[in-house]
Design a binder for this molecule. Structure first.
Ligand code: SF4
Length: 72
């Protein structure tokens, strides 16, 4: 329902991640890369609304469709 406790669900399919780092560049407060494996790590599964555009950019930029953004 619009305007009532909206949240965001960001999910990862790490097995798809190729470590390209586009998500980290788009939203460094939401994603980071594992130092050894280089794969994505989720820092904020429910980022605030002012970060939604950045998360959407991360989804669009990810070359392996490893990031899902599911606003509720
Ligand atoms: S942009 Fe996609 S492939 Fe690259 S690190 Fe992020 S999740 Fe992994």
């Amino acid at each position: 329902m619009a305007g009532v406790n909206q949240s965001v669900n960001v999910t990862l399919r790490v097995e798809r991640c190729i470590g390209a780092g586009q998500c980290v560049r788009a939203a460094p407060d939401v994603f980071e890369q594992d130092e050894s494996a280089g794969t994505v790590v989720l820092l904020a599964g429910m980022p605030p609304p002012d970060r939604w555009d950045a998360v959407r950019r991360a989804v669009a930029l990810c070359p392996s469709q490893a990031v899902t953004f599911d606003p509720r």
